[in-house]
Design a protein around this ligand. Structure first.
Ligand code: URA
Length: 449
């Protein structure tokens, strides 16, 4: 690689409309043309409406592998690219986003306890999905505004850190994402690939594992779409020398027993403490962590990785990493032993099963939107989220629930919010008198080969 933006500043004869037309007609642009177009944009010589037109052309025509790589490179070169002191391997995980997805909260300390350094740079909630940073910030005073120097210290002292996107990684992506958001060009596989992979590659990992979700609560609605996106991202990661794998996981229903920031944090801490964990949630955590351990060479194979993971959980090492991280990021580490120190809602309302039946469907997307209604998500950028509110689901999809037994507990700030959430949950849940066949949550593991 190494064709930095600056190299292409010379494209004095660039005619933006010619490149847009070529892409619109299904042609390809050379790496130098991608770089020239966006460096001219950075200098104010290509207008925002021309970028918007190019994005729409990409949306309809797609990008070849080479073009995706070139666009990713232009985005990476628009900001910093980190590197790390020699030592144990550096790895990270990215999820395309889902409801109840608190996997990172367990995976980062667990992977660190197994010998992978994890500089996890995460996002905030997007649409109906909540973000890792907001969940960690449920811990009083936990600081997520970290710079490279902070990450160096955290990786040295704790093994992992959790910070937010700053302007330093792929600032061009930030601008393009904002434009895509208002021009109907978000749902494009090459644009999503370049957007996610530019930020992850800029972190400088040796290995990267992707949780590509599919289902009504995911960006990709079908397994086939998820696989297509995953293969694009794997190819792009490998092209930049980052060992990349993907695990496809089901996001038809929320992951685990909780949805909502502080509630999800409690569930993650409970798994780290070795308490009984909802099976689908622990399946996803273990599959992704095992993949990361194998990719980074910390474990020789999947079975060795799983043994190491079990030892780090059972022996309490992963929990101690979590505790050390909370203290090092200035949060209150007492939450580890006393989760009641986390913010809690004023009201809870328990919903009981109307009849003895199997819990068949609980659509993830509708649950994510119901969390926003409760105040636990953002309707507009910059809004604060209420970490106290959310839902507990004591039963998993496919389980039989006796009439009158609790199947959901609403945590709300106000009685009227609880009323509205109750009406929503009761209208979206689907019961079945016959047993339900539940497919495994981890559907496929994709490697580069
Ligand atoms: N998340 C990102 O960072 N970029 C996308 O394009 C989609 C999801």
């Amino acid at each position: 690689m190494g064709t930095g933006l600056n190299v292409w500043r010379v494209a004095a004869d660039l005619i933006p409309a010619e490149l847009i037309i070529r892409k619109r007609n299904g042609g390809s642009l050379a790496p130098s043309e991608w770089a020239a177009f966006f460096s001219a944009y950075a200098r104010g010589e290509v207008a925002e409406y021309q970028v918007a037109a190019l994005l729409m052309a990409i949306y309809f025509q797609g990008l070849s592998e080479d073009e995706t790589r070139a666009l990713t490179e232009v985005m990476i070169d628009s900001g910093e690219r980190w590197s790390w002191d020699p030592g144990s391997p550096v790895g990270d995980k990215h999820s395309t986003g889902g409801v109840g997805d608190k996997v990172s909260l367990v995976l980062a300390p667990l992977a660190a306890a197994c010998g992978v350094r994890v500089p996890m740079v995460s996002g905030r909630g997007l649409g109906h999905t909540a973000g890792t940073l907001d969940k960690m910030e449920s811990i009083p005073n936990y600081r997520t505004a970290l710079n490279k120097h902070d990450f160096d210290r955290l990786l040295r002292e704790v093994g992992y850190g959790m910070g937010g996107q700053t302007g330093s990684f792929a600032p061009l992506d930030r601008e393009l994402y904002a434009l895509r958001d208002v021009t109907g060009t978000i749902e494009s596989v090459p644009l999503i690939t370049a957007s996610i992979m530019s930020k992850k590659i800029a972190e400088g990992p040796d290995g990267l594992v992707l949780d590509v979700k599919w289902g009504n609560g995911a960006f990709m609605h079908t397994r086939e779409e998820a696989e297509h996106l995953a293969r694009n991202m794997i190819g792009t990661g490998r092209a930049f020398g980052v060992k990349t794998e993907a695990v496809l996981t089901d996001m038809e229903s929320p992951l685990g027993r909780t949805v909502g920031h502080a509630l999800e944090l409690r569930e993650a801490i409970a798994m780290l403490r070795g308490e009984t964990t909802e099976e689908r949630f622990s399946d996803v955590v273990v599959a992704l962590t095992a993949s990361l351990l194998v990719l980074t060479g910390v474990a020789g194979d999947e079975s060795a990785a799983r043994q190491r993971i079990a030892a780090a959980l059972d022996g309490g090492d992963a929990l101690e990493r979590f505790r050390a991280n909370v203290a090092a990021q200035e949060g209150d580490p007492r939450v580890v032993d006393d989760p009641s120190l986390l913010p809690g809602a004023d009201r809870t309302r328990t919903l009981q099963a109307p009849r003895t039946a199997y819990l068949r469907e609980l659509p993830a997307r509708a649950v994510g939107l119901a969390l926003i209604e409760l105040g636990g998500g953002r309707r507009t950028k910059g809004e604060t989220v209420d970490p106290r509110v959310g839902f507990e689901f004591p039963r998993s999809i496919g389980e039989q629930v006796e009439r009158g037994e609790p199947w959901a507990i609403i945590h709300a700030a106000k009685e009227s919010d609880a009323d509205a959430a109750q009406a929503t949950l009761e209208s979206i849940v689907y019961w079945s008198d016959a047993p339900v066949n539940v497919a495994p949550v981890v559907t496929t593991r994709l490697t580069a080969d």
